[in-house]
Design a protein around this ligand. Structure first.
Ligand code: ATP
Length: 303
């Protein structure tokens, strides 16, 4: 397996009884990349992350993280990664500083390095000055940064963040993403799941997942360019019933006060405009359009 890649998987599968949660995952994530993992609820994102972190045994397939074989040596993987679970594993009754010290001990940070690592994570995550605050009293945005600080304390080369921005306000989300970029610039690989498609724009590579399978993979620009077939238009119609019944329309999605409409044929834009009696504007797909289309195509293929 290649030395330039922080995360590799080949045919990774997880079954729970007869149900297949992850169905042959192939991953090649270079060191220093921000790798975004997107999918609807239940797509298999957390299951994949838990397998890669050595927390859940794969049914079959291979994987390595930071050069360690996940299947053969899950304990070895745990020591080399930072993992921020969906529910922050912080101790509410400890202060910010006590949590950082606790995780330093858990991750066996050597005593002589401890003070420098503590300073690094406090400064990196902007928590300097909050050391004495009780964790359970912190707003969610600060708790999130503390969870990140605790996941970073042992200098992992690979960070797994499972929906780190859930419930966090837009300003704090932006601060958090600046931090992710800084870590990536310094060489840390960040593997992150999110439901926010605007956040996916921050990733070098994005993987769309549905029902355990990959349905899209590439940089945000590559994904948008590949999906730009000239068949997407936007229209403002008061009642979408006419869109739903038009033979020219393949799919519609509400976007604010307008509709994004996938045409059966790019040449149908003009006739549709006449049919609707309103202007129809050709548009380039957003990442959200690409994601929805990829899921629709996968669903159709499975029928
Ligand atoms: P979310 O965005 O809601 O976190 P997800 O993409 O992370 O979703 P997973 O949590 O990986 O999805 O779950 C994938 C599927 O596997 C779901 O249908 C879930 O119910 C199922 N699943 C997960 N863990 C188990 C388990 N221990 N036993 C049985 N089924 C499970």
């Amino acid at each position: 397996m290649s030395a330039d890649l922080a995360v590799i998987s080949r045919g990774l599968v997880k079954r729970f009884g007869a149900f297949t949660a992850v169905d042959g995952m192939e991953l090649d994530v270079p060191y220093g990349a921000i790798f975004g993992f997107l999918g609807a609820n239940g797509a298999g994102k957390t299951t994949t992350i838990r397998m890669l972190c050595g927390l859940l045994r794969a049914t079959s397939g291979k994987a390595s993280v930071d050069g360690v074989d996940v299947i053969r040596n899950p304990e070895g993987v745990k020591a080399r990664i930072g993992y921020m679970a969906q529910k922050f594993a912080l101790y509410g009754d400890l202060t910010v500083d006590e949590n950082i010290r606790f995780f330093s001990d858990v991750y066996l940070v050597p005593r002589k390095k401890m003070s420098a690592r503590r300073d690094f994570v406090l400064d990196t995550t902007g928590l300097r000055g909050s050391e004495g605050r009780l964790t359970r009293t912190l707003p969610v945005g600060i708790k999130q940064r503390l969870a990140l600080a605790c996941a970073l304390v042992h200098e992992p080369k690979v960070l797994f963040l499972d929906e780190p921005t859930a419930g966090v306000d837009p300003l704090q989300r932006r601060t958090f993403w600046r931090l992710i970029h800084k870590l990536s610039d310094e060489g840390t690989t960040v593997f992150v799941t999110t439901h926010h498609l605007d956040e996916a724009e921050n990733c070098h590579t994005v993987l769309f997942m549905q029902d355990g399978r990959t349905v899209g993979l590439g940089s945000p620009r590559e994904l948008r360019d590949a999906a730009d077939n000239g068949d997407l238009v936007r229209a403002r119609v008061p009642d979408p019933a006419v869109l739903r019944t038009s033979p020219r329309v393949r799919d519609i999605t509400p976007m604010g006060s307008q509709w994004h409409v996938r045409l059966r044929n790019p040449a149908d834009a003009e006739p549709l405009s006449e049919e609707l009696g309103v202007p129809v504007h050709r548009i380039r797909p957003s990442l959200e359009d690409v994601f929805l289309e990829a899921c629709r195509v996968e669903e159709e293929a499975r029928r």
